[in-house]
Design a protein around this ligand. Structure first.
Ligand code: PHE
Length: 339
C-alpha cells in the first residue's frame, strides 16, 4: 500500500509540474483529491490494515494529499498570475500615442469682420436685410437712376445671365427693394456678395462683398451721414481714426462722396498698404437721389435719405494685413487656420 501511495504521489507531482492550463490543473485536482480520486481511494482501503498500521498509513496518505494539494494550489495561482499578465499585455493601451486631432471649425475672417459691422450698425438702430444675388436689370441699374446706355454702366463690368437678368454688381439694389417694402423711417444695412467681371489681381476679385446702408426719414441731411460713418470708422479702426470725405459721383446719390480713413497700418504717415497716401478708401456714399426716392414711391419733397456701400473685403484685408484679396476666396485651410 505504501508503494502504491508513493507511486500515485510521484505521478501526481509530475503531472502537476507538466500541466499547462488551468483546466488541466483542475482535472488533476479531481483525479487525485476528488471524492473518487486516487488518493481518496487509498484511504478507503485502510479497513484492510491492522489497527497499528492504520494511523501510520493514515498519516502518510494525509501527508501525500497535503503535498499534492499544496502543489496544485501553487501551480494554480501561478497560472492565474500568468493569465492576468497576458490579459494586461493584450489589452494594453499606449497612452503615449498622440490623440487624433479634432479640427475645430472657425469663422472665416470675412465673417468675423461682417459680424463686427453688424454689431456696430444694429447698435445704432439699423435692421439687417437680405437681397437676391441674381437681380434684374431694373433693380441693379434702372431704378438706381442708371437707365440703359447710361455711361455710368461702364463703372461696373457686369455678368449678364440673360437679357434682363444679371449677377448684382452692387448691394444697392437692396435700397430699392427695401423702399418698396417699408415706409420711412427706414434704417437698414444689407450685406452680401456682389459680382463684377473685373480683371483678377491682388486687389480685385470677380466676387467680393459689400454692405449697403440706407436711411430715409424726414429731415435727414449730410450731417447724419457723416455722423454715422465717423462713428462706424472709429468703432472699426479705433478712436483716433480720422475720416475724410471726398466729392465723388454715383448716379443714385447726389451729392456723392468717397470716404477714406487714416491708414491703420501706418497711422497716416504713408506706407505700402495705403500706397504712401496715409489714407485708405473704404466706402462710397451720398444723399439718395430724388429720382431714386420717387421711383420707389417716396416723395423727395417730404423725405430725404442717405446711402453708403462699404467694401467688406478691403476692411478685412487691411485689418488682418492680408496682402492678396484672392486668399479670401481660395479656402486654403493653411491660410484660414491663422485666424
Ligand atoms: N454701390 C456703389 C458701388 O458699388 C457704392 C455706393 C453705395 C455709393 C451706396 C453710394 C451709395 O460703387
Amino acid at each position: 500500500m505504501k508503494t502504491q501511495l508513493e507511486a500515485i504521489s510521484t505521478q501526481a507531482k509530475l503531472a502537476i509540474t507538466e500541466a499547462q492550463t488551468q483546466a488541466e490543473i483542475e482535472n488533476l485536482r479531481v483525479k487525485y483529491l476528488g471524492k473518487k480520486g486516487e488518493l481518496t481511494a487509498i484511504l478507503k482501503q485502510m479497513g484492510s490494515l491492522s489497527p497499528e498500521e492504520r494511523p501510520v498509513m493514515g498519516q502518510l496518505v494525509n501527508q501525500a494529499k497535503a503535498e499534492v494539494e499544496a502543489l496544485i494550489t501553487e501551480k494554480g495561482e501561478l497560472m492565474q498570475q500568468k493569465a492576468l499578465e497576458q490579459k494586461l499585455k493584450d489589452e494594453t493601451i499606449d497612452i503615449t500615442l498622440p490623440a487624433t486631432e479634432i479640427s475645430k471649425g472657425k469663422l472665416h475672417p470675412l465673417n468675423t469682420v461682417l459680424n463686427d459691422m453688424i454689431d456696430i450698425f444694429t447698435s445704432m438702430g439699423f435692421d439687417v436685410v437680405d437681397g437676391p444675388e441674381v437681380e434684374t436689370d431694373y433693380y441693379n441699374f434702372e431704378c438706381l437712376n442708371v437707365p440703359a446706355d447710361h455711361p455710368a454702366r461702364d463703372m461696373q463690368d457686369t455678368f449678364y445671365l440673360a437679357e434682363n437678368l444679371l449677377l448684382r454688381t452692387q448691394t444697392s439694389a437692396a435700397q430699392i427693394r427695401t423702399m418698396e417694402n417699408r415706409k420711412p423711417p427706414i434704417r437698414v444695412i444689407c450685406p452680401g456678395r456682389v459680382f463684377r467681371a473685373d480683371e483678377v489681381d491682388a486687389t480685385h476679385s470677380p466676387v467680393f462683398h459689400q454692405i449697403e446702408g440706407l436711411v430715409v426719414d424726414k429731415g435727414i441731411t449730410m450731417c447724419d451721414l457723416k455722423g454715422v460713418l465717423e462713428e462706424f470708422a472709429r468703432e472699426i479702426y479705433g478712436k483716433d481714426t480720422a475720416v475724410k470725405f471726398r466729392p465723388s459721383f454715383f448716379p443714385f446719390t447726389e451729392p456723392s462722396v468717397e470716404v477714406d480713413v487714416t491708414c491703420s497700418e501706418c497711422g497716416g504717415k504713408g506706407c505700402r498698404v495705403c500706397k504712401g497716401s496715409g489714407w485708405i478708401e473704404i466706402l462710397g456714399a451720398g444723399m439718395v437721389h430724388p429720382n431714386v426716392l420717387r421711383s420707389c414711391g417716396i416723395d423727395p419733397e417730404e423725405y430725404s435719405g442717405f446711402a453708403f456701400g462699404i467694401g467688406l473685403d478691403r476692411l478685412t484685408t487691411t485689418r488682418y494685413k492680408i496682402s492678396d484679396i484672392r486668399l479670401l476666396f481660395e479656402n486654403d485651410k493653411r491660410f484660414l487656420d491663422q485666424f
